[in-house]
Design a protein around this ligand. Sequence first.
Ligand code: CUA
Length: 156
Amino acid sequence: MEVDKYEKVWMSVTAVFLAFAAGTLIWSVVAHRASLPEPAGRIDPELVRETAPFDTPGLIQTGDNTYDLVYIAQAWQWTPQTVTVPKDAEITIKATTVDVLHGMKITDTNVNVMMIPGQISEVTDLVFDEAGTYQLVCHEYCGIQHHLMGAEIIVE
Ligand code: CUA
């Protein structure tokens, strides 16, 4: 079989690129322990409201300047709907869903996490360094009123 000279060149370029891509992937897994995200914990979706810390959703102080911010997602609202948190506090968000998939996006932050039935999602080292009102929106289609599923975080 005769292969054209230019075809050979492009096949070689492709092979080099694939080898480079595979090499960087292996390097990131071996040298930097890159892995897929894992849930922070498991929970029975039917027992969420009786299971700590989801039995008391909202802001829970855990130290001098550290807080857990606990959320329950349910079509089509967040609990709590409004919460006030101190500026510059170190916050850990713990969230789960009692029904279907939801997504949590907090405006003007890099918080962007999925709520998956049976799993606990966690966001660590969150600091609001500017006072104001932040919108928490659902970014995963969860039914006919998905677009109304929002909440507010007031930072002061
Ligand atoms: Cu919850 Cu979309």
